[in-house]
Design a protein around this ligand. Structure first.
Ligand code: FAD
Ligand code: FES
Length: 280
């Protein structure tokens, strides 16, 4: 994040478009309307997050789901859960919003070049992984094989379904879908993402797995990856701790000695081994 006078002050933005991504989940496209805001977000990275505020309701942190280099709009996938997210869902195109960030660390996209990448996204947890997928697709020759496992509790909760054709069509890229429970139209995999992972059994050789989802899913995905031979420096995740300040001052998001907001949200498995249980 670039220096600004007050890191707690949100930049002004405007809602350019919203659309249903899945049941209870909306995609928000936001235009930053202040020069300082545009400067601050000029070089955000895949994996970073920002606080989105609805005026009068408050702010909440969300992973940035847009991709640097794919246009100036910032995108957030917001699951309607409580007060702030409910108010955000009620906003209309043209309404003002506040944006504070970009915050936190990011996925080491440079370091991942040349590696085979395995992405495991569960539900809304797929949102911060989308810019990783897009970055790989936009620089396809820089990375090895791309295998995406995309999961949700039910078909209506799968996000970014309209992008599946683009993902599948890319060179050396495979997309596998699974849901905990299908419906009458669902013809794809049914079962937990860990079952699908065991069945596909990707090779750990030169591989890096990147996962995000509910903490319990991350926990079991890591265990399954370990069984497949992935080492702790071959597994990355991004965590959603409860947060207030987002800048390492309030202590709300601590994980052992680390603060998720500044030391994360992106962590290698070895950095959080032993602490993840506290999230379950
Ligand atoms: C780094 C980071 C990235 C995130 N990315 C996304 C994203 O891309 N999309 C998205 O929809 N959400 C994301 N979240 C979670 C989001 O911040 C919360 O859902 C939001 O704060 C809820 O606010 P609210 O006022 O609507 O709900 P509240 O009224 O505060 O809470 C409603 C319910 O949700 C629970 N809750 C609130 N926050 C969390 C949390 N962090 N983890 C688990 N349960 C929680 C509360 O205990 C309560 O039961 C992210 C959180 C973090 C820290
Ligand atoms: S949210 Fe305040 S220290 Fe992380």
């Amino acid at each position: 994040m670039r220096e600004s006078a007050n890191p707690m002050r949100p930049y002004l933005g405007r809602l350019v478009e919203t659309r249903e991504l899945a049941t209870g989940i909306k995609l928000f496209q936001v235009e930053l309307t202040e020069r300082e805001g545009n400067a601050a977000f000029a070089d955000y990275r895949p994996g970073q997050f920002a606080f989105l505020s609805a005026f009068g309701a408050g702010e909440a942190p969300f992973g940035i789901t847009s991709t640097p280099g794919r246009g100036p709009l910032l995108e957030f996938a917001v699951n309607e859960l409580g007060h702030v997210t409910h108010t955000l869902h009620d906003l209309e195109v043209g309404d003002p919003v506040g944006i504070r960030g970009p915050l936190g660390n990011w996925f080491p996209m440079e370091e991942l070049k040349g590696r085979n990448i395995l992405i495991l996204g569960g539900g809304i947890g797929g949102a911060p992984l989308r810019p990783v997928i897009h970055t790989i697709l936009d620089h396809r020759q820089d990375y090895g094989h791309l295998t995406i496992l995309w999961a949700a509790r039910s078909p209506d909760l799968l996000i970014f379904t309209e992008e599946f054709d683009e993902w599948r069509a890319a060179w050396a890229t495979e997309l596998y879908l699974t849901v905990d429970q299908g419906d009458e139209e669902w013809t794809d995999n049914v079962g937990l993402i860990t079952q699908l992972l065991e069945r596909i059994a990707p090779s750990p050789e030169n591989g890096v797995a990147i996962t995000c989802g509910p903490p319990i899913m991350i926990h079991f995905v890591f265990l399954t990856l370990q069984k497949l031979g992935f080492a702790s420096d071959q597994m990355l995740t991004t965590l959603e701790a409860r947060m207030h300040c987002g800048i390492g001052k309030c202590g709300r998001c601590n994980l052992g000695e680390k603060f998720v907001c500044v030391d994360g949200p992106v962590f290698w498995q070895y950095e959080i081994a032993g602490f993840l249980e506290g999230f379950l």
